[in-house]
Write a protein that binds this ligand. Structure first.
Ligand code: ZN
Length: 423
């Protein structure tokens, strides 16, 4: 008797998409095919895609130190509701994850909650101050493989060069919040909208100057290098050229940068449209969509960034950056870009798992693999109206989306059941 039988879906297998059933037992996929025998639960996957659970490499869980916004219990509830089976939390907590004790705290809390896999990124520099390297070896021993000062750029070229050398030697990843702080003192994209509103802008060159410099450093000191939340079209050309030269470079884009442009700010200066990097032009949106399709941008990352109502309910210029997004990221990507299922699972699951080193996630479905799966209906229409997150700062709330998670299965156990029907 199998634990679960997923019947009637289109499944991402080693040979491509196939109309087969999937049997799960003991936490693993045990068979693909038809007439696989009885199961304790049968899930009707008709009309849906069955693939590896989504993996987010850019989650701000806010724990420790920001639990009024979010914590590891609420963020993992939001994650599984959005089809995620693994998340990598960002280290800009209070205290930051710059050494073993904080890393261990986050990892142990994630395990104790037990809803999905929780990995943690470490900071590049101690206290995210940009002055000295963090305790890289101690973090490495805790299993940390991705290092970032996210929230801030590693501005100092010498510091970044040392990080590339040290982390590159170990095979880790340096992920950069590629925004030059001296060019990013504004509140939104620098363009005709900021001019009309009389708001100080952040030019696209704030992103491209950092990416250009960093890629020169990576060519000189090879290390896996990842550009976080690409928003400006100019970055894409730089990344494409670096990939052509064989540099170990990857890049991510967020659902909101795939969906919205700076004109959203014009229609009411709502702080749910304030993020870093800012929403840029329609041409930038077209460029990041195309780069995600072509693979120049490797993957989607949510940059799920909870803030309490009282923090976001302030004038636009004073509001903190960021939006939540785990629960509707897949729907937003499906609505904005409309990837075919192979590319969809590559950008949402496979590429992010590879980046973060989540070996149990992000694989094509095959017997013997851990059953970390998502059943995603690419045609279901819905309007997000509430959230499992402790915060509600999202421009997608109240907005019609196409594509919805039916089930999230972690280690063979159903962790989320959405608008679904059972056979
Ligand atoms: Zn960032």
């Amino acid at each position: 008797m199998h634990d679960l039988l997923l019947v009637g879906g289109r499944v991402l297998t080693a040979e491509g998409m196939a109309d087969v059933d999937v049997a799960v037992a003991g936490g693993r996929v045990v068979a693909l095919g038809r007439e696989l025998g009885p199961a304790r639960e049968v899930l009707d996957c008709a009309g849906a895609w069955v693939g590896p659970g989504f993996v987010d490499v850019h989650t701000h869980a806010r724990e420790p130190g920001g639990e009024w916004k979010e914590d590891l219990a609420t963020v993992t509830a939001a994650a599984v509701a959005g089809g995620y089976t693994a998340i990598l939390t960002m280290p800009n907590t209070d205290p930051p994850v710059d050494g073993a004790p904080t890393a261990r705290y986050v990892l142990e809390r994630g395990r104790a909650i037990g809803r999905c896999t929780v990995g943690v990124a470490g900071t590049v520099t101690l206290g995210r101050r940009g002055e000295a390297l963090s305790h890289i070896d101690d973090l490495w021993d805790e299993g940390v493989r991705v290092f970032t000062d996210d929230g801030d750029v590693v501005a100092d070229a010498e510091m970044l060069r040392r990080a590339l050398a040290y982390i590159g030697d170990r095979g880790g990843v340096v992920a950069q919040h590629a925004v030059d702080a001296t060019l990013a003192r504004g509140a939104m994209h620098e363009g005709w909208v900021s001019a009309r509103l009389g708001m100080r802008g952040i030019p696209a060159v704030a992103e491209t100057t950092i990416v250009a410099r960093d890629l020169l450093l990576v060519a000189d000191t090879p290390c896996r290098y990842h550009v976080q939340h690409v928003a400006a079209a100019g970055c894409i050309e730089l990344i494409a050229r670096a990939k052509d030269r064989g540099l170990p470079v990857t890049a991510e884009v967020t659902p909101h940068h795939l969906t919205f442009d700076h004109t959203e700010v014009l229609a009411g200066t709502d702080p749910v449209f304030k993020m870093m990097p800012p929403l840029r032009t329609a041409d930038d949106v077209t460029a990041v969509r195309e780069a995600l399709r072509s693979g120049i941008i490797d993957l989607v990352a949510t940059d799920h960034a909870p803030h309490a109502d009282h923090e976001k309910d302030v004038p636009f210029e004073e509001a903190p950056n960021g939006v939540i997004g785990l629960e509707w990221a897949a729907a937003a990507v499906n609505s904005a870009v409309g990837l075919d299922p192979e590319r969809f699972f590559d950008r949402m699951s496979i590429a992010p798992a590879r980046l973060a080193g989540f070996d149990e996630h992000g694989h094509r479905i095959a017997p013997g693999r851990p059953a970390n799966l998502v059943v995603f209906d690419p045609t279901a229409e819905w309007v997000p109206s509430g959230t499992m997150s402790r915060s509600r700062n999202s421009p997608y709330l109240g907005r019609r989306l196409v594509g919805r998670v039916r089930w999230t299965i972690v280690d063979g156990t159903i962790r989320h059941e959405g608008a679904a029907s059972r056979a």
